[in-house]
Design a protein around this ligand. Structure first.
Ligand code: PLP
Length: 448
């Protein structure tokens, strides 16, 4: 049982990420105490189906002994090794090689970070460096999508389009620009895939023309926009945007922090579209949340330009924990689970069942849209289906939905626009998926 003193200590001392301090002081903390498979147990002993894999990261599910053993063994043998001064550790080298082998095309070079925000931040630094190296330093403008999320570092938060991550922080908007999202359900050009793709490409071209192609360095997109409310582009959208970028000499960055490692089916969602971005950023599923780790996967032509430009000079970008050996050992063990352990395969089946189950809720009076791919999905709630009227005070409503789901024994993400997001662990059984859908229906009925 959870002691009151723990709640009080939390209230007094722990600053929570993405929280309202005063709101949190009032509500207090829900301590998560233990977990196995897809089930969490909180400090009060309540059992919860984790429909969100922690924070869309515990793709493998909880309690895999092989991962625990890999971490313990690495801690015993060598808990830390720097990558500085031309040193390194076996797990970091092996994980880099395994990622390069599996990544699309010539994404052969890997730079490790601690998570997704610093992976995105690292791409910004590398892209600036790349353009200096090849004699085009004036290419210093970056474009991303409305509703996009690319972390909350000082620079990367400007690529993020969610206003809550901007207000009060002095985000560097002078070199960061947005174009509209593909947001199929609410796209002003309608829902025809070809029209949406054409509109996005046209808007990208217009933005580049406005800024000057000689000034635009890169375009960032998530294969499926996660924190913006699980917005799935029409098939062919990523490919069309990647091709437009290549034509205009603009680097294309696929931010796969959520979508990689089986979330949409394959190891990288870029494979769904058969594209080879110039960079892919990953984190979350890379270690399945068992240890902090992110990575930048860099195309060979970018790497060669950077390396040639630097010559014998050091590239001044590095973290104490870049390629941390324990995190890398965890990453290797988790990769085994995805492939030899059959997790990717199970995730594909469970994802199909999840999508079918959620589509089964389409007739519910509150469900305006059901969307997703694989084990990444959302339902968007409305009060009038024909007019697509959002729930009144959607942010407040979404908080109540989260609370109701929690009471029903289900963790989901309730987005500020009234959408409910699902990203369950890939290990879910058919019964667990069905139960998640059944509990969601109970929450919807309570919300009516
Ligand atoms: N990029 C995307 C697409 C994300 O969804 C996230 C986090 O959810 C990030 C970057 C930031 O990752 P992190 O929270 O590990 O810093």
């Amino acid at each position: 049982m959870l002691s009151n003193s723990l709640v009080e200590l939390d209230r007094q001392h722990l600053i929570h990420p993405l929280a309202s301090p005063r709101g949190h002081e009032r509500s207090g903390v829900r301590v998560l105490a233990s977990a196995k498979g897809a089930t969490l147990t909180d400090g009060e002993g309540h059992r919860l189906l984790d429909g969100f894999a922690g924070l869309w990261c515990v793709n493998a599910g909880y309690g895999h002994e092989s991962v625990v053993e890999a971490a313990a063994e690495q801690m015993r043998r060598l808990p830390y090794a720097t990558g500085y001064f031309d040193m390194g550790s076996e797990p970091a080298i092996r994980l880099a090689a395994e990622l390069a082998e599996r990544a699309p095309g010539d994404l052969d070079h890997v730079y490790f970070t601690l998570g997704g925000s610093d992976a995105v931040d690292s791409t910004i630094r590398f892209i600036r460096y790349y353009n200096h190296a090849r004699g085009t330093p004036q290419k210093d403008q970056f474009i991303s999508l409305a509703q996009g999320f690319h972390g909350s570092s000082t620079a990367g938060a400007g690529l993020t389009a969610l206003p809550g991550f901007h207000f009060g922080f002095g985000v560097p908007f002078d070199w960061q620009h947005k174009i509209s999202s593909h947001y199929v359900y609410r796209n002003p050009v309608g829902q025809d895939p070809a029209a949406i793709i054409a509109a996005s490409v046209a808007e990208l071209r217009a933005k580049v023309e406005e800024l000057g192609a000689e000034r635009v360095a890169a375009f960032y997109a998530e294969p499926i926009q996660g924190s913006g409310g699980v917005l799935v582009p029409p098939a062919g959208w990523m490919k069309a945007m990647a091709e437009a970028c290549r034509e205009m000499d603009i680097l294309f960055v696929a931010d796969e922090v959520i979508t990689a490692f089986g979330r949409t089916g394959p190891l990288f969602a870029s494979e769904d579209e058969g594209i080879v971005p110039d960079f892919i950023t990953v984190a979350k599923g890379l270690t399945s949340g068992y240890a902090p780790l992110g990575a930048v996967l860099m195309a060979d032509h970018v790497y060669q330009a950077i390396a040639d430009g630097a010559g014998e000079a050091l590239i001044g970008h590095g973290y104490t924990y870049s390629g941390h050996p324990v995190s890398a050992a965890v990453g290797l063990a988790v990769l085994r689970l995805y492939e030899d352990g059959g997790l990717l395969e199970n995730g594909r089946k469970a994802g199909a069942r999840l999508m079918a189950g959620l589509h089964g809720l389409s007739d519910h009076p509150l469900v305006g849209d059901v969307r997703g791919r694989g084990m990444l999905a959302a339902i968007e709630l409305v009060t009038d289906k024909a007019a697509k009227t959002p729930l009144p005070a959607a942010a407040e409503a979404s908080r109540r939905i989260f609370d109701r789901a929690y009471r029903a024994g289900l963790i989901v993400r309730a987005f500020a626009n009234g959408a409910i997001g699902f990203a369950p662990p890939l290990c879910c059984t058919p019964e667990e998926i069905d139960e998640m859908v059944a509990r969601t229906l109970r929450v919807l009925d309570e919300t009516l």
